[in-house]
Design a protein around this ligand. Structure first.
Ligand SMILES: *Cc1c(COP(=O)(O)O)cnc(C)c1O
Length: 396
């Protein structure tokens, strides 16, 4: 078993076959094989990785909270002997998942209280989040929706599709529908097409989006057939989820290329995670590699206060520092917006480095990325209204 991924760089590499030396290339390239052969048990994990006690206990715990599942494609990015491996920390449970900090919540973004219809979150005035499945290709240990995702937790995702469509038909203010879950790209082409078709039949819905990690966990799923189907429903945008540059393999780059070639504008949503990407150099490499894949970094999220995720959370200052290290130093297109999804249901709130040093009615004093200070005057022409009035008076 050779894992070719050793040093991080802008190079795109494949880690296949990695831990699956005997697989045929046809099977490997088949997303159904990938799903069927996911690593879901302690035994299957220990066959391949040297686990430590924290991980072993974490796996046993996970069974009743958020299932363990990792596709072979993604699993191959994990270093066999390094519990600190940034890929491993995202998908292999640890004992710390059993610890809830005093601030942890089951539903940190307050979604359940903004559901006018089961499975449809209507938080913002003109757009909705539509939860179309509770399954993902692999499970992120910090999942913000772990209360309903993977099928082993306390709560079950119940989506009433017919009622959701009726709600959307009635609510003419909704112009943007974001399909999420779970992962919408785990639905069959025909099931997904049925949903897109139905939404496209609603005249006030202008803009469709899919939030998905399938291109990263399961790039084989991005088939030419899927792309041909999706392109019939434009304007259709997609947000993917990449946290570490190593996740951008040749297979992932090619899958993203197929989506981009189908005219789908691609954005990325990263979650800031301790020991994964809480580092300016890693984030710089990630955003540059994303641009090479024609993906625009969209959001960088402060990790939600999801139960059992405190070991993965970072100080907010780290996110601000990362944005500050990018702004001005690299392409503006490479810089995501850092946001906190406000606990309790406030929605996404931008959090930015402060470039305003002083501001009053006469001027604003700003600093640039190098720390140099500049002034911009708040000057406007003298009001001319009196002049107009007197002209009017003469004319009248
Ligand atoms: C994130 C989110 C959206 C989409 O937000 P954008 O800022 O437009 O990307 C919509 N609804 C809910 C509930 C969300 O959490």
């Amino acid at each position: 078993m050779v894992n070719p991924i050793s040093s991080e760089s802008h190079r795109f590499v494949s880690a296949a076959p990695g831990y699956w030396p005997d697989v045929s290339s046809t099977d490997w390239a088949d997303w159904r094989w990938q799903l069927k052969n996911r690593v879901t048990s302690l035994a299957a994990l220990e066959q391949r990785l040297n686990l430590n006690t924290e991980e072993r206990a974490g796996v046993l715990l996970a069974g009743s909270k958020l299932a363990l599942a990792v596709t072979p494609h993604y699993f191959n990015l994990i270093e066999r002997d390094n519990p600190g491996c940034p890929i491993r920390r995202q998908v292999i449970p640890r004992i710390e998942e059993g610890y809830d900090s005093p601030f942890d919540m089951a539903d940190p973004c307050g979604e359940d209280s903004s559901m006018p219809v089961p499975g449809l979150v209507h938080r913002y005035p003109d757009r909705v989040l539509f939860l179309v499945t509770d399954r993902c290709a692999s499970y992120c240990r910090y999942c913000t929706r772990s209360r309903v995702v993977s099928g082993v937790g306390e709560q079950e995702l119940v989506t009433d599709f017919e009622e959701a469509f009726r709600y959307l038909e009635k609510h003419t203010e909704v112009r943007d529908v974001l399909l999420s879950g779970g992962d919408a790209l785990l639905l069959s082409d025909s099931k997904l097409e049925g949903i897109l078709q139905r939404l496209r039949g609603i005249p006030h819905i202008e803009f469709l989006r899919i939030g998905t990690r399938v291109p990263i966990f399961l790039p084989q799923r991005i088939t030419p057939e899927l792309c041909a189907m999706l392109r019939k429903y434009h304007p259709l945008w997609m947000s993917v989820h990449v946290n570490h540059p190593r996740e951008l393999t040749t297979e992932v780059r090619d899958a993203l290329g197929r989506l981009a070639d189908s005219g789908i504008p691609l954005g990325n949503q990263s979650v800031l995670l301790a020991g994964v990407n809480d580092d300016a150099a890693i984030m710089r490499e990630l955003v540059h590699k994303l641009l090479l894949c024609r993906v625009r970094p969209y959001y960088l999220y402060q990790c939600d206060l999801i139960r059992g995720s405190s070991h993965l959370r970072t100080p907010v200052a780290k996110g601000i520092e990362i944005i500050e290290s990018l702004r001005g130093f690299t392409s503006g297109y490479a810089i995501p917006q850092f946001v906190i999804d406000a606990p309790g249901g406030g929605g996404k709130v931008p959090v930015n480095p402060d470039y305003v040093v002083y501001h009053d009615a006469e001027k604003i004093v700003i600093r640039n990325f190098e720390g140099k200070i500049f002034e911009y005057p708040e000057w406007s022409p003298q009001p001319v209204s009196n002049h107009h009035e007197s002209e009017f008076a003469i004319a009248g």
